[in-house]
Design a protein around this ligand. Structure first.
Ligand SMILES: [Zn+2]
Length: 280
């Protein structure tokens, strides 16, 4: 199963050292939106979509926190659609999209693939449709005004390395599963992919920096603060991150763990598979 690693959006927040753990305080940091394009069956499965074409035309669509505070710079060339076309795929090749969650930096490109089925963990769609007062600022209904073909999933007893899981594409491939990792949002989930060369777990925003999985764990201070402030359930987020750290410690040889926003994670995968999306 071939997996392309794409950066579908970049943020340039102030204070590189506080964001990336190296560089100057006056330099801009870099946060990426690491999406996967998986060749499965006779089409593509996208894991997250980053920023979309309409976000590049009107960055205000992302909402002030994403756009201004985090200094997001959506660009048409780095949308999933543009990058897939550059790789020789057509828009209609994307049959399925799996959303780790529906924050604007993960859902912006949904409208660029209106015919794809969009797989989401049921509590996340419920949060996006009926946000609490606290959740309201994060979900951008403009990202699903086009009426995506939602496919809601609930867990039903399957396990993956001790985590609850649900296989989402029976009949297409048995090798892609949601692995709920609640905390960042109400219905946040990881996505496990059996690549044929071992498992890969895209952890979305369950952690932001690869050093959080190290022993002892560490995290640049700005990212630590940002994660605590944006988590809908911070205690559960931390507990799930600890479970991921243990998973990495025990099964790091068999499972490739990566997260959405770490440029180091993305660079490593792109170096191994060939650059499929420019960073920066
Ligand atoms: Zn995010």
């Amino acid at each position: 199963m071939r997996v392309h690693h794409l950066n579908c959006g970049s943020f340039y927040p102030h204070g590189k050292r506080l964001v990336n753990g190296h560089g100057g305080l006056l330099e801009a940091g870099l946060i990426v939106c690491h999406c996967l394009a998986i060749e499965a069956g006779d089409g593509l499965v996208l894991v997250d979509t980053g920023f979309g074409i309409e976000d590049a035309r009107d960055p205000g669509r992302l909402g002030a926190p994403t756009h201004r505070l985090m200094n997001a710079r959506p660009a048409i060339a780095t949308t999933a659609l543009s990058q897939l076309e550059a790789l020789g795929f057509a828009q209609t090749d994307v049959r399925h999209i799996v959303a780790t969650h529906l924050d604007p930096d993960h859902s912006g490109g949904l409208a660029d693939f209106p015919d794809a089925e969009v797989h989401v963990f049921a509590p996340e769609l419920e949060a996006a449709r009926h946000p609490s007062l606290r959740e309201k600022p994060r979900y951008r209904s403009a990202h699903w005004d086009h009426g995506p073909r939602w496919v809601e999933h609930s867990v039903g007893g399957d396990r993956w390395f001790g985590f609850e899981s649900v296989r989402i594409l029976p009949g297409v491939t048995e090798d892609i599963a949601l692995v709920p990792l609640i905390g960042h949002t109400r219905g946040h989930t990881g996505v496990a992919v059996d690549t044929g060369d071992g498992w890969m777990l895209h952890c979305g925003d369950a952690y932001f920096d690869h050093r959080e999985l190290a022993t002892p764990p560490s995290c640049p201070p700005m990212l630590r603060l940002f994660q605590s402030l944006t988590a809908i359930d911070n205690a559960t987020r931390k507990a799930n991150r600890e479970r991921l750290r243990e998973l990495w410690e025990r099964h790091g040889e068999e499972i490739d763990l990566l997260c959405s926003h770490d440029p180091h994670d993305l660079e490593r995968r792109q170096a191994a598979t060939g650059p499929a999306g420019a960073i920066g």
